[in-house]
Structure formats: C-alpha cells, structure tokens
Design a protein around this ligand. Structure first.
Ligand code: ADP
Length: 248
C-alpha cells in the first residue's frame, strides 16, 4: 500500500491557530528515496507543515507517520531528530569563526564536539564521511577557511553539509535558494539532486527556476491543503494553480 511504501505519510493533518486553520486536512506521501518540492503562495501552510513533521507544532488532528510506523505526532522534537529527520532552516546558522571542516566535525560529533584539531581524533570511517560530505557540498578545497569568509550561498551549502554529516533518513530543506545568486541557485539544484541519489528530501521553495532545475514531483499547497501534485509542467498548467498564483 501507499502507507507501507512511504517514508513520510501525512493524513488529514489539521492545525489551528486561534481558530484559523493553517493546515486543513493535509495529506501527503513522500516515498523512500524521493525528493519532493513543496510550493505555494505565502501563508499556504508550508512552514507549518515542516513544523508538524519536526514536532515543533502538534496537529489538532491527523496522522504523521515515518517509515509507516513511527507516529511523529506523539514524539517531541529531539526524538524526531533522533529518528533521522534533519531540518535546514532558511537562514544559515554556521559557526562563522570556525573553519568549514570544524563546522562539519561539530555536526558529526553533536554536542560532544569540541572545536580545533578534532579531526585528528576521528576514526577512519568518520573522516571518510566528512570528506564525502565536503565533496558533495563542493567545499573540499575550502575546508580550512573560516565559515565566515564564505559567500551566502556557500554558507547554505555548508549548513546542508552539517545536516548530511548526521546522515538523516529525511532532509527537510527550507528555501535553500533564498538570497542566492543565479549561479549559486543553479549549483544548489545540482547539489540537492546529488544528495537525493542517497537521501529522501523535502524542499520548500519559492523560486520556480530552481524548482524546475530540481526536476522532481511538486506538491502545491494552498490554504493548508494540497491543491495540485505532479511535475512542475503539470501543476503550472492546472487552472486552480494559475488562479492561486495570479489571483484571477
Ligand atoms: P507559508 O510557510 O506557506 O508561508 P505558514 O505555514 O507560515 O505558511 O502559515 C500559514 C498560515 O498560518 C498563515 O496565515 C500564518 O499567518 C498562520 N500562522 C502560522 N503560524 C502561526 C502562529 N504561530 N500563530 C498564528 N498564526 C500562524
């Protein structure tokens, strides 16, 4: 069934804030190994959906299942992160006064991590993992530079790398292309497609050029529900989607 094959399964999820329904009977299925783009106008409920998945917001009703089994609505944020759901927020929060490498090491080591020359104490597999992550985010050659010296786009990639270091089963990525140059935006799509070869990913994004570059299935949210789902070409040809975006 759909549920058995799903990595993430939302069914009938409703969230109200003072009687206002930010999510209204939202249902969404993300398969194992899938990358999905979530789009929709401001206020559609995209952030609230991410908050529900990560346990930051508890729904009034509905099911949120991970691996078809774990009921995320009964778990707190720490327990959900522990299950392997990692979230990257829109604004990068790297440690600017530490090197690119130390940022990744800290993410890998978690709270036990202590800065500076920690790399030397890591095991072989841990080092391999870090090299792999640095390669994926294309910052291998900048590993010894301070994170603060990176461009905005590179900081976003570093933060994605910090998530990857923890090898989550599902990455939630919030507007990765926000504030990027066109070149960085294009490179970010390549980077996420590479990550999607080995990870499941949910990307919330406004930039349609970027969503097109991702080339994945798109879910359009509107007023807290799914309005349309399909390829970007399919959903952009949908009259209801056009109406919502152009206000006709
Ligand atoms: P999006 O991320 O798609 O822009 P949001 O999930 O941020 O949409 O918001 C959906 C709706 O819920 C909006 O109308 C927003 O004002 C409302 N909302 C979100 N969070 C809260 C909150 N904590 N309290 C009250 N209203 C909220």
């Amino acid at each position: 069934t759909e549920l058995a094959n799903s990595l993430l399964y939302l069914d009938g999820v409703t969230v109200s804030f003072d009687g206002f329904r930010a999510l209204n009977n939202l249902s969404l299925v993300v398969g194992h190994g899938e990358m999905r783009a979530i789009i929709g106008p401001n206020g559609a409920g995209k952030t609230t959906m991410m908050d529900v998945i990560t346990g930051k917001t508890r729904p009034d009703k509905g099911d949120v299942l991970f691996h078809g089994a774990h009921d995320l609505t009964r778990l707190d944020e720490a327990a959900i992160a522990e299950l392997g759901i990692g979230r990257k927020f829109q604004r990068p929060t790297v440690f600017e006064s530490h090197t690119v490498l130390d940022n990744i090491v800290l993410a890998l080591e978690g709270p036990r991590g202590v800065f500076s020359s920690l790399f030397a104490r890591l095991t072989g597999p841990q080092r391999d993992r870090i090299d792999e992550v640095l390669d994926t985010i294309r910052l291998g050659e900048r590993r010894n530079e301070l994170a603060g010296s990176l461009s905005h786009g590179q900081k976003q990639w570093l933060e994605i790398g910090m998530l990857l270091a923890q090898d989550p089963a599902l990455l939630l990525v919030d507007e990765p292309a926000a504030g990027m140059t066109d070149a960085e935006t294009a490179e970010t799509a390549v980077l996420l497609r590479r990550i999607a070869e080995t990870h499941s990913v949910v990307v919330v994004e406004h930039d349609m050029t970027f969503v097109r570059d991702l080339g994945v299935r798109v879910t359009v949210l509107h007023e807290g529900s799914v309005l349309a789902e399909g390829s970007l070409d399919q959903v952009s040809a949908d009259e209801r989607v056009i109406e919502v975006y152009l206000g006709r």
